[in-house]
Ligand binder design. Sequence first.
Ligand code: 3PG
Length: 305
Amino acid sequence: MKILVATEKPFAPVAVKGIKEVVEAGSHELVLVEKGTKADMIAAVADAAGLIVRSDKVDKEVFDAAKLLKVVVRAGAGYDNIDLAEATAHGVCVMNTPGQNANAVAELVLGMMVTLIRNRYNGTSGTELLGKTLGIHAFGAVGRNVARIAKGFGMKVSAFDPWVKDEAMIAEGVEPIHNLEDLYKNNQFVSLHIPATPETKKSVGLRLVEMMPKGAVLINAARKEVIDEESLAEAFEARPDFRYIADVKPDNAAELEEKYGDRVFFTPKKMGAQTAEANINAGLAAANQVVAHLKDGFNRFQVNK
Ligand code: 3PG
């Protein structure tokens, strides 16, 4: 059967090689569409039984075109790019690969924090992370990795996540916080790791940022949709000490960069999972899941139940 890998942002070549080996070991054929358009994906998916994507949009148009499609695996964590209702309506199983790129995202979070607080290495005196407070908004795979690395820097780490038991946080040296507002009140740095859902969209903005202590830094390596961008722009006016880091530019990036250049740091493209290791981990997991699904209906990480 044909398995299509359609990624606007290509996997590292070493990961593609591994994906090809897994696909061929399962007696399937790999078709690769890298840096393609939506039309390229639609044309290539017509006779595919399996589809592997990253943040690439998989919507009704794609499902309508994919007459033989049985499984889509999002090689990564967030699956807000996939229309789950359409997948279900078309009888297609959708899975993600939770945790596989979490370390890469977490390393980028700490890297961006250091870049910002060292003034982008411009020769002026910056500040340090040692002894500073970090609040983790959602303690999933990425949040846990951020906590591990931040503790290595000597930060005081706490987390808010109503779905995670206190003991699980305490076991990792993280203080559980039971109220979202307290997370923002207690921490100079707050790192967002919530998924983009109807409940979380535009859920973080001026109201929470205003509560943060002096020198507040908000880090968003999750999704730009979780930010209320208009009210965040107000936060820059209301608090001259407020700084914002995001892996993927907000819609109003140009305005923020022009007005508050040294108070923002944005990656030009979503870079969190863009490492060879994360591509290998997530890409190979995705390939194995597609092959296993086509073989015997494997659906352990199904998200459209
Ligand atoms: C994820 O949800 O796994 C990350 O945001 C990475 O997305 P990407 O595969 O598009 O880089």
